[in-house]
Ligand binder design. Structure first.
Ligand code: PLP
Length: 394
């Protein structure tokens, strides 16, 4: 291990200014302790369904090992267009689609084409932890909108109006179903957001990474499918969660052809084309049977119910029942500890790892994120430990 890094001073402020995270320390403790159960994962615990893996292997053997067109293979875009129509009710031609390295690259490229230095973007807070650093790395200004548990962690348009820099705000990030809160925005709320975006000429960056993870009759609606939104939305999807394919790094976005063209031009200077084998694996995922997805979602739902039942048994957790994604986001203020202290306490005393809510932005303070992307039995054991600890400690 090298101790001294003499050229540290040449590292850009962009990196140096990245926020400090306490989660790294918590992960370090978790690695050192034996027998920790992690309720931290942000990725599916299932292996990619077999038909997708088999197809990818076959395509490798056929020699699909070269670059493709920058924005993606046209035959794959055709499959994506059909999926967008079928599932998201979005009409998109190939020029309106770009295939990216995960949903994450699509978010970054969207921000890169929309935001000049000093311009701002509305972000949900608590929200997916990468939005703010991505905006800041482009010298943009994130405008955090506090999502409150009393308001079901949904956007409150009045709160957005209060912080809007009318001249310079270019985009609004929407994430439904949401990480870390599990909130699913209903159609009425989406219509309100759509009207607001059109009135203020904002582009909605709609991150729909968890589109398949909805429970209890909740419906996922793509804001890009609403009337008159064609020019105002970049809709972003990924195979990472729905098909348990995070390692394939495959996502895609659709929007106005001018935006997609600009994103494609920028992709030339970043990752060029998305890995060919992953694009082909996406064909098997999107064209194949939906049964594996249904099976996984039904298992997530079983676990969600388990977590809810057990948390509701400890009255100091104030928990909204989430209807989407694979996270529960309870309020822990009644324990009299900060999110970080509470997470450390749980880790040391019960050997259960959760993520402090403030990792998702300052308005996540007072909460923790519990992921149920882990085996049912492990969740049961983790909940037993938590229950025992709180019976003894409080
Ligand atoms: N958006 C949200 C809300 C996420 O939680 C994640 C991953 O955790 C992503 C986007 C990025 O996923 P990927 O780049 O694997 O598609």
């Amino acid at each position: 291990m090298r101790k001294h890094f003499a050229i540290r001073k040449v590292i850009s402020e962009r990196e140096v200014e990245l926020p400090e995270t306490h989660f790294v320390e918590i992960m370090k403790i978790a690695e050192e302790e034996k027998g920790v159960i992690s309720l931290g994962p942000g990725e599916p615990d299932f292996v990619t369904p077999k038909h997708i893996r088999d197809y990818a292997k076959k395509m490798l053997d056929k020699g699909y090992t070269h670059y493709t067109a920058i924005g993606g293979m046209s035959e794959v875009k055709e499959v994506i267009a059909k999926k967008l129509k079928r599932k998201n009710r979005i009409d998109a031609s190939p020029e309106e689609i770009i295939i990216t390295v995960g949903g994450k690259e699509a978010i970054l490229l969207s921000l890169m084409v929309l935001v000049d230095p000093g311009e701002s973007v509305i972000v949900p807070n608590p929200g997916y932890m990468m939005y703010i650093p991505m905006i800041e790395s482009l010298n943009g200004v994130p405008l955090s909108v506090a999502l409150s548990q009393n308001e079901n962690f949904e956007y409150n348009i009045d709160k957005i109006k209060e912080i809007l820099h009318t001249q310079k705000t270019r985009a609004l990030i929407l994430n439904s179903p949401s990480n870390p809160t599990g909130t699913v925005f209903n159609r009425k709320k989406l219509e309100e957001i759509a009207d607001f975006a059109v009135e203020n000429k904002l582009v909605v960056i709609s991150d729909e990474a968890y589109e398949d993870f909805v429970y209890d009759g909740a419906k996922h609606v793509s804001i890009g499918s609403l009337n008159g939104m064609e020019e105002y939305v970049i809709s972003i999807f990924t195979c990472s969660k729905s098909y348990a394919m995070p390692g394939f790094r495959i996502g895609y976005a659709t929007g106005h052809p001018e935006l997609i063209k600009a994103m494609t031009r920028l992709k030339l200077g970043t990752t060029l084309s998305t890995p060919t084998i992953s694009q082909l694996a996406a064909v098997a995922a999107l064209n194949g049977s939906n049964k594996p997805v249904k099976k996984m979602v039904s298992e997530y739902n079983r676990r969600r119910k388990l977590v809810m039942k057990r948390l509701n048994g400890i009255s100091a957790f104030k928990t909204l029942e989430p209807r989407g994604a694979f996270y529960v986001f309870p309020n822990i203020e009644q324990f009299g500890m900060s999110s970080v202290k509470f997470s450390e306490f749980l880790l040391k005393k019960a050997k259960v790892l959760v993520v402090p809510g403030n990792e998702f932005g300052k308005y996540g303070e007072g909460f923790v994120r519990i992921s149920y992307a882990t085996a049912y039995e492990k969740i049961e054991e983790a909940m037993d430990r938590i229950e025992k600890l709180f019976r003894e400690a409080f």
